[in-house]
Structures are given as structure tokens and as C-alpha cells.
Ligand binder design. Structure first.
Ligand code: XMP
Length: 524
């Protein structure tokens, strides 16, 4: 295992992903983890991440007492990145100071020939790297050598080959350090001697076995399928372990896209053979949303309705079928749990009790279900790969994300049947045109939004007073930040024509060019 200690860098997850991409098992532990928690994972390499702090700040995060004795005794290789390097230097008796000129962004480094970190490869001796630091190491601890400096003269790479401790002031994990992956490869394989034998197939089999042993022979699990990638892959995996002791529910809340219920139910049943019940709760959802215009209130109502449907489903299982659900399957991913859930082997069991967060707005405390979160060690791209291994159709795995509150956050103001109908049609035309143009996979999310303010138009020689539709398409890594997708003008013009000619009640279309920030992805 390569253990990444998280000191708060925005790149910590990326380090873990890069290591996994190289075929090596890797997990994160938050700064503050005990030496015991680290030792339980028996890491062969520990990477100390970057972070926003200065090592001199009172209360700045550090490694637990005895960490350096432990790594020396167990011959664990240590790599410090940015803050991690500074921590090594300070903890082992060197000096770290605020840099005279702080370095942010791309710079060039010069390495010395013959170091363990860079070897003799002339290609590695001069390279562009990504820096982001305010402090710098100025005096190294005994036994350490400087093996690279930036063109500004900052110490950028250090090593102590006797102790097996290395440090990089720059970020080898980001794509802006083009040769960073080669450096990580060298550290992992050539110096650290780890083997690239980590496979998703192993994790899949391990999870199936874990679920089989965690859920007793008379126990049942329930799962709310949203039609999204995460819940579908999680349910498919749990179904492999539990068979018909898994009970899935898909809620039609009346806020779904065009023909969504039919499309996803078809895939669940015909292609994935999942035991799923569709509950049509659209009347309840829509009647509770009547007259409500405040976005937060809309979300809360939808969250509460989901809970009520879910609760009824559990009661139905219990009272009518005599099956008591004791487990709840969730498609939680690794970035959501790193803070709250230590990795396997660190002393915590497979399932833990329900946390307050949930993508449709909280779960009922009275259900007292234990969680099964088989994807909680995985990143999104890994979930897609796992889905492929499980036979989830590719078209399903590549679906754009869709928010839990559905079209309610894309109809500004009150959600009405007629607005839903217009939006569904406009959205379908837009997304279909994207698919026909072969652009769907380049885009993170594309959808239409309906504005409840009428504008004047002229259609078929008549003046109209109808609604505008906004088209939005973005690219993103994770939905946290987003860039506008830039279509050719002709494409947007053609879609505009199709929407205005087909969707009754719409006479105008605009394209949203705003990135996130300052806007969010959704309009509400
Ligand atoms: P925002 O609008 O916050 O969206 O920039 C970022 C990503 O999250 C999705 N989103 C949601 N997903 N429940 C969800 O399950 C929600 O309430 C919700 N709100 C936004 C959004 O579609 C985008 O992918």
C-alpha cells in the first residue's frame, strides 16, 4: 500500500489517483491519524502531501510522534511533496523559512547527475515543474542532499538515500509537471520496489466477499436507484453478492427528463437484471411543490418526499413481504469519505451507521439501517471502469450527471406540469442533437433551463408571448469548477430553430456562457 497523508492540499486526491493509475494500491489518511492507524495499513511508501499551512504556524498539521522512528525501523520509503518536504526538513532538524520570492505556477528545475531520484537520464536533468509555495527549505537536516534547484535557486528536490526519505518542493502529480509521472514511477518502482499488481477486479471480488460476510443469511438490503452511474454500479455490485436479498426502488418524482423512467427501468431490468420497483410518486411531489418558488424550499420539499417514499418502501417490505431491511446501499465515492472514513485495515469495520449527508437530502433516522458503500474507496473514473467490469452498459456509464431534485432546479420559480413538459422537450432536442453531432462524451453536462418570464416573438405571422429556454453545456473534472463548452454557432442556431419550431410555448433560446465560478452549474 502507498499511503498518502493529507495535509490539506487540493492535490492530495490526485496523488492517490496517480499512484492507482500506475497499478499500485493507494489510500489517503487525514493528517492527525495515529501512528497505530498508519502501521495497521503496513504501507511500503508514505507520501506526505502538500498543504496550505506553514510548518511554523501554531497547530500546523504534522506527522504523529514516533513517525520517523517507525519508518526507519520498518524501512518505509517516505516522499514529501511541497509542505511534506518542508515538514521533513523541519522535523529532522533542518531550517524552513518564508521564501524571499514566492513561486506559484510553472518554473524550471535543474537536477544534479547521479542522484537516486533522477538517476542519469539527461531528459530528467532539466524539466518544467509546477510550484505553489510560500516557504522554502534553506538548510537541510544531516544526511540529506540537495538534488535539484529551481532556476530561481530554490531547493526543489532532496534525498537521504540511507533513510529512504525524499522530498520534492514541486507537484509531480499535476499534468503541469509533464515529467512528474516518470518521477513518481521511479520512486514507486525503481527506488521503492513496489509492484504494480493492483486491479479493480481484485477490489470487486474483495467487496463481494465482504458484503457476503457482513450481511447475514436472513438479512436484506435496500437501495434507491437514481438512474445515475454511482447508485447503479453500487446496486449491481451488491446484487452480485446478495441476489434477491437486495431490493431496489426507483422513484418517479415527476421531475425526470423525457421518457427517463421508461429508459432507466428498461436498462435496470433487461440489461442489469436488478430487482427494482418503480414507485410513481409524481402526484405527491408535484402537489407539494405547487405554489413554491423559493429554491431552497423546493429542495427541502423534494428531499422530504424522497424520504417518505423510501420509508414506505421499507415498511412495505417488512409488512407485506416479511423482509426486514437491515442494510442500505449507497453509491458514496472516495472523495466524499476521505475525511470521515479511514481506509480498510485501519481498524474500522466495513459498514458504519448513517451519516447526515445524502444526495437527495438526508435519510430518516428511524430506519436505523447500516450502510453498504462498496464504492467508497473509488474515484469516479474508477467507478466507471468497475461498472464496465460488472457489465453495466457503456451508454449508462457515460451518462451526464443529473441532480437529485431533477428538473425542479432547472425550472425557475414554481414547478408546473406545463413548464415541465416544455422543458422536457427542449432538453431532449438539445441533448439528442449533441449525441447526433458526436459531442456527448466531450461534455460533462448539457441541459436546458426554463425561465418563467414571457417574451414577445413572432411565429407563423402571429405575435407570441412565450417562454425563453436557456441552453447550458459545460466541461468539468468533478463539478466543483466548470468551463463553458464552446459549440460552433451553427450548432446552437440549429438547436434553437428545432426548439422554437417544436416546443409549444417557447419562442426564444439563449446559450449560457458563464463558467463556475462565478455561476453554479445548475440555475437554482
Ligand atoms: P452546482 O449547481 O452546485 O452543481 O454547481 C454541481 C454539480 O452537482 C449537481 N447538483 C446536484 N446533485 N443533488 C444532486 O444530486 C443536488 O441537489 C444537486 N445540485 C447540483 C449538478 O447537476 C452538477 O453536476
Amino acid at each position: 500500500v502507498v499511503l498518502v497523508m493529507d495535509f490539506g492540499s487540493q492535490y492530495t486526491h490526485l496523488i492517490t489517483r496517480r499512484v492507482r493509475q500506475l497499478g499500485v494500491c493507494s489510500f489517503c489518511l487525514s493528517a492527525g491519524a495515529s501512528l497505530d492507524a498508519i502501521a495497521k495499513l503496513t504501507p511500503s511508501i508514505v507520501i506526505l502531501s502538500g498543504g496550505p499551512h506553514s510548518v511554523h504556524e501554531p497547530g500546523a498539521p504534522t506527522v504523529p510522534d514516533g513517525f520517523f522512528d517507525y519508518v526507519r525501523e520498518k524501512k518505509v520509503l517516505v516522499l514529501g511533496i511541497c509542505y511534506g518536504l518542508q515538514l521533513i526538513v523541519k522535523e529532522l532538524g533542518g531550517v524552513v523559512k518564508p521564501a524571499d520570492s514566492q513561486e506559484y505556477g510553472s518554473t524550471e528545475i535543474r537536477a544534479s547527475l547521479g542522484s537516486k531520484l533522477y538517476g542519469d537520464d539527461p531528459e530528467m536533468m532539466t524539466q518544467a515543474v509546477w510550484m505553489s509555495h510560500g516557504d522554502e527549505a534553506v538548510t537541510l537536516p544531516p544526511g540529506f542532499n540537495v538534488v535539484a534547484k529551481s532556476v530561481q535557486g530554490t531547493i526543489t528536490a532532496i534525498e537521504n538515500t540511507d533513510l529512504g526519505i525524499f522530498g520534492l518542493q514541486y507537484h509531480p502529480e499535476v499534468t503541469h509537471t509533464p515529467k512528474g509521472i516518470q518521477t513518481l514511477r521511479r520512486i514507486l518502482f525503481d527506488i521503492g520496489g513496489v509492484v504494480d499488481d493492483w486491479k479493480l477486479q481484485d477490489l470487486l471480488e474483495e467487496q463481494i466477499e465482504l458484503i457476503k460476510s457482513a450481511v447475514g443469511p436472513n438479512e436484506h438490503a435496500i437501495c434507491a436507484l437514481s438512474g445515475g452511474v454511482d447508485s447503479t454500479v453500487a446496486a449491481t455490485l451488491v446484487h452480485k453478492a446478495l441476489g434477491d436479498r437486495l431490493h431496489c426502488v426507483f422513484v418517479d418524482n415527476g421531475l425526470l427528463r423525457y421518457k427517463e423512467q421508461e429508459r432507466v427501468m428498461e436498462t435496470f431490468k433487461r440489461e442489469l437484471h436488478l430487482p427494482v420497483v418503480c414507485v410513481d410518486a409524481s402526484t405527491d411531489f408535484l402537489s407539494r411543490l405547487r405554489g413554491v418558488t423559493d429554491p431552497e424550499q423546493k429542495r427541502k420539499i423534494i428531499g422530504a418526499q424522497f424520504i417518505s417514499v423510501f420509508d414506505k418502501f421499507a415498511c412495505h417490505l417488512e409488512e407485506e413481504l416479511g423482509k426486514t431491511a437491515t442494510f442500505l446501499v449507497q453509491g458514496t465515492l472516495y472523495p466524499d469519505v476521505i475525511e470521515s472514513c479511514p481506509p480498510p485495515g485501519s481498524g474500522k469495520g466495513h459498514s458504519h451507521t448513517i451519516k447526515s449527508h445524502h444526495n437527495v437530502g438526508g435519510l430518516p433516522a428511524v430506519m436505523k439501517l447500516k450502510l453498504l458503500e462498496p464504492l467508497k474507496w473509488l474515484f469516479k473514473d474508477e467507478v466507471r471502469k468497475l461498472g464496465k467490469l460488472l457489465g453495466v452498459p457503456e451508454s449508462f456509464l457515460k451518462r451526464h450527471p443529473f441532480p437529485g431534485p431533477g428538473l425542479a432546479v432547472r425550472i425557475l420559480g414554481e414547478v408546473t406540469e406545463s413548464h415541465l413538459e416544455m422543458l422536457r422537450q427542449a432538453d431532449e432536442i438539445f441533448v439528442n442533437s449533441i449525441k447526433e453531432a458526436g459531442l456527448y462524451d466531450e461534455i460533462w453536462q448539457a441541459f436546458a433551463v426554463l425561465i418563467p418570464v414571457k417574451t414577445v416573438g413572432v411565429q407563423g405571422d402571429r405575435r407570441t408571448h412565450a417562454y425563453p429556454v436557456i441552453l447550458r453545456a459545460i466541461t468539468s473534472e468533478d463539478g466543483m469548477t466548470a468551463d463553458t463548452y464552446e459549440f460552433k454557432n451553427k450548432f446552437v442556431k440549429d438547436v434553437t430553430g428545432k426548439i422554437c419550431n417544436t416546443v409549444r410555448g417557447v419562442n426564444r433560446v439563449a446559450y449560457d456562457f458563464t463558467s463556475k465560478p462565478p455561476a453554479t452549474v445548475e440555475w437554482e
